[in-house]
Design a protein around this ligand. Structure first.
Ligand SMILES: NC(=O)c1ccc[n+]([C@@H]2O[C@H](COP(=O)([O-])OP(=O)(O)OC[C@H]3O[C@@H](n4cnc5c(N)ncnc54)[C@H](OP(=O)(O)O)[C@@H]3O)[C@@H](O)[C@H]2O)c1
Length: 256
C-alpha cells in the first residue's frame, strides 16, 4: 500500500535516540523528508541526516524559546511540515517508590516528557493553524496505561500524554485543520539507549510475563506504528487512538 508520505515534511523529536532514529529511517524509506531533532546527540543526528537526506536541528525542548524556534526552523529547512512526531522523553533507570522520590527527579521527568511535549505540540499547532493541515503522533508508554511501580512520576506524565493531551488536541486541531489528526503510540519495553542493559534475560522474562507475544519491542516495531498513524492514506479516519506496541500486554506482575 502507498502510504502517501513521499515528499512530505516530517519532524521527529528525539530523532537521534533509539525509537526516534528508527522512525526517521522508516519515514525516509517512504520518501518523506525528515527534520531530525536532537538535544545532545548532535553527531548521531548529523550522520542520520546525511544517511536519509534529512536535516538535523538542535533544541532543548524544556526551554520554551528553543522549542518555539524548532518548528519554524524545520519548516524553513524542509519547505513544509505535514507531520510532527513528539517522541523525545526521559525515564529513570532507578526504580524508586514515590514515598522516597526527590522533587528534582519528579520535575526532571515532568519537564522532559510533559513540558517538552506540550511545547512541541504548541509550536507545531501554530504552524498547522497557518497552513490548515497537519497531524501529530505522540509517543506515550504502557506505563501510562498500566502504571509503573518505581517510576510513578513517569507513568503519571505518560498517562497525561496518552489520554488528556491526545484527546483534547484531537478536538482542537480540527478547528483549523479539518482533517488534522492526533494519535498516540504507546510502546512497552523497547531495546533502546533509554533502558540500556537493563533488559537481561531474567528481566525480559518477568517483564513479558503478561505479553502473549513474549518479547520486548525493537525500535522498528514502534516506528512502523508511528508511520502508519502519520499516514493520511492508511490512518486518515483514526484520531485520538492509542496503539500499544507491547506484544498484547495485559498488565504487570506485582508479586514475584
Ligand atoms: N525504550 C522503552 O522501553 C520505552 C518504553 C515506552 C516509551 N518509551 C518512550 O519512547 C520515546 C523514545 O525513547 P527511546 O527509548 O528511544 O529513548 P532514547 O534513545 O533515550 O531517546 C530519547 C530521546 O529524547 C531526547 N530528549 C530527552 N530529553 C530531551 C530534552 N529535554 N529536549 C530535547 N530532547 C530530549 C534525547 O535526545 P538527545 O539524545 O539528543 O539528548 C533522546 O535522543 C520516549 O518518549 C520514551 O519515554 C520508551
Amino acid at each position: 500500500m502507498d502510504l502517501g508520505l513521499a515528499g512530505k515534511g516530517v519532524l521527529v523529536t528525539g530523532g537521534a535516540g533509539g525509537i526516534g532514529a528508527a522512525t526517521v529511517r522508516a519515514f525516509a524509506a517512504e520518501g518523506a523528508r525528515v527534520a531530525i531533532h536532537y538535544r545532545s546527540s548532535g553527531e548521531t543526528a548529523s550522520a542520520l541526516a546525511r544517511e536519509t537526506g534529512g536535516v538535523a536541528l538542535q533544541a532543548d525542548l524544556t526551554d520554551e524559546a528553543a522549542a518555539d524556534a524548532l518548528v519554524p526552523a524545520a519548516v524553513a529547512a524542509l519547505g513544509r511540515l505535514d507531520v510532527c512526531v513528539a517522541n523525545a522523553g526521559v525515564w529513570s533507570q532507578e526504580s524508586l517508590p514515590l514515598v522516597d522520590m526527590p522533587m528534582e527527579r519528579f520535575r526532571h521527568v515532568v519537564d522532559g516528557n510533559l513540558t517538552a511535549t506540550f511545547l512541541t505540540c504548541r509550536a507545531y499547532l501554530r504552524h498547522v493553524r497557518e497552513v490548515g493541515h497537519g497531524s501529530i503522533v505522540l509517543v506515550g508508554s504502557t506505563s501510562g496505561i498500566f502504571g509503573e511501580e518505581g517510576n510513578a512520576e513517569y507513568a503519571a506524565v505518560k498517562s497525561g500524554l496518552c489520554f488528556g493531551l491526545a484527546r483534547s488536541l484531537k478536538n482542537e486541531i480540527v478547528r483549523f485543520a479539518p482533517r488534522g489528526r492526533v494519535n498516540v503510540v504507546a510502546p512497552g519495553w523497547t531495546v533502546t539507549p533509554m533502558v540500556g542493559d537493563l533488559l537481561d534475560a531474567a528481566f525480559v522474562d518477568r517483564a513479558t510475563a503478561t505479553y502473549p507475544l513474549r518479547k520486548v519491542a525493537t525500535p522498528e516495531d514502534c516506528a512502523s506504528s508511528i508511520v502508519f498513524l502519520a499516514s493520511d492514506a492508511a490512518a486518515g479516519h483514526l484520531s485520538g487512538q492509542i496503539v500499544t506496541v507491547a506484544g498484547g500486554m495485559e498488565g504487570r506482575l506485582i508479586w514475584s
